[in-house]
Ligand binder design. Structure first.
Ligand code: ZN
Length: 299
C-alpha cells in the first residue's frame, strides 16, 4: 500500500502538472469506486470546472475545484494516478502494472484553454488525461464540499501528519504519552496517533534509530524517543526525495517505480546479513503485519 512518501510524490507531480487544468470529461468502468455520488452526477458536477489546487493529508489526496467542490481520492492497495499527454509517448505506460485503468479525467491544460478562449471548451478539447490504474479496485473516490474536508470521516480521526509543520519533537513526545503501553512498532503505524507511516517505513525508521519494534513506549528513554523522532524525519524525507518505494504496484504519475528500494536496509530482507552488524535480519509479526529488524543491533 502506498505510504506517505509515495502519496506525497504523486501529489507533487499533480501540483506541477494538472493544477489550473479544466476537467472536460470523465469516464469510468468501475463506478463502485464513487462512494458518495452517482457516476452521472459526479460527471455533471466536475465538467467544465478548473482544478485549483492539490493537497495531501496523510495518505489522502484532495483536488480542490473552482466550484468549491473537492475530489477526494484514496489509492488503497494498488491505486496509482498517471498523467498522460496526447502527444508524448511513454514506454512505462505499456507495462502491465499501469494498464488497469478504471477511471479517466480528460483535461484541458492552461495552454489548451488559451487556444480555445474564443469559444466554450467542449468535451473533445482535452490535451491530457489523468488515468487511475487500480488492479484490485479498492480505491475510493468522493465528491465533497471543499469547506467540509475536515469533517470527512477519513480525516476526522487522523493523527498528526508526520511530514507536516505540526509534527515537532514536542508534539511527537505528547503523542507517545497517549499510549504508554503500546509497542513502539505499533504506535508508529497507528494512523489515529500519527499519519503516514506504514509497513515499509516503520521497519526502516526503527532500524535507523536502533530500537527494537517490541519495546513498550513507557520503557523508552528520552534520548531513544528523540532518536526515533529524528529517524522518522530522516527516512520520510529521504523516501520523498527518492520518489517512494515500489514494493508492489506503486508507480509515479509517469508510470515509473520509486527509487527508495535502493536504500531499504531491513524491509523484505529477512535472512540477509545486517547492513550495520554481523547479525541477520528477521521477520516478525506485530498484530497482522510483518516487521523486519535486527535483534543484534536494535535494542
Ligand atoms: Zn544489526
Amino acid at each position: 500500500m502506498p505510504e506517505l512518501p509515495e502519496v506525497e510524490t504523486i501529489v507533487r507531480d499533480l501540483q506541477k502538472n494538472i493544477q489550473g487544468d479544466v476537467i472536460v470529461d470523465f469516464w469510468s468502468d468501475w463506478k463502485k469506486s464513487l462512494k458518495n455520488i452517482s457516476f452521472s452526477k459526479f460527471k455533471k458536477e466536475i465538467q467544465g470546472i478548473k482544478i485549483l489546487e492539490i493537497k495531501r493529508i496523510g495518505k489522502n489526496i484532495f483536488l480542490n475545484l473552482s466550484n468549491k467542490k473537492t475530489i477526494y481520492i484514496h489509492l488503497k492497495m494498488t491505486g496509482h494516478l498517471l498523467i498522460k499527454t496526447k502527444k508524448k509517448k511513454n514506454k512505462y505506460f505499456e507495462e502491465k502494472v499501469n494498464q488497469y485503468i478504471h477511471h479517466i479525467w480528460f483535461l484541458c491544460s492552461v495552454n489548451c484553454q488559451q487556444k480555445k478562449r474564443q469559444r466554450k471548451i467542449k468535451k473533445n478539447d482535452y490535451d491530457k488525461t489523468l488515468a487511475f490504474s487500480d488492479l484490485r479496485k479498492f480505491a475510493k473516490i468522493k465528491l465533497i464540499d471543499t469547506s467540509k474536508i475536515e469533517n470527512l470521516s477519513e480525516i476526522k480521526n487522523l493523527g498528526t501528519d508526520v511530514n507536516s509543520k505540526e509534527f515537532t519533537l514536542k508534539n511527537f513526545l505528547k503523542l507517545l504519552e497517549r499510549k504508554p503501553q503500546s509497542l513502539i512498532g505499533n504506535i508508529l503505524m497507528n494512523q489515529k496517533v500519527m499519519a503516514g507511516i506504514g509497513n515499509i517505513y516503520r521497519s526502516e525508521i526503527l532500524f535507523d534509530a536502533k530500537i527494537s519494534p517490541f519495546r513498550k513506549v513507557k520503557d523508552l528513554s528520552a534520548k531513544e524517543k528523540k532518536n526515533i523522532y529524528k529517524s522518522i524525519k530522516k527516512i520520510i524525507q529521504k523516501a520523498i526525495q527518492k520518489r517512494g518505494t515500489s514494493d508492489s504496484d506503486y508507480r509515479d504519475t509517469q508510470g515509473r517505480k520509486g527509487n527508495f528500494h535502493n536504500y531499504l536496509r531491513v524491509y523484505h530482507k529477512e535472512g540477509e546479513k545486517c547492513w550495520r552488524c554481523p547479525g541477520r535480519i528477521v521477520r516478525d509479526k506485530i498484530g497482522q503485519r510483518s516487521v523486519f529488524w535486527c535483534k543484534e543491533c536494535q535494542k
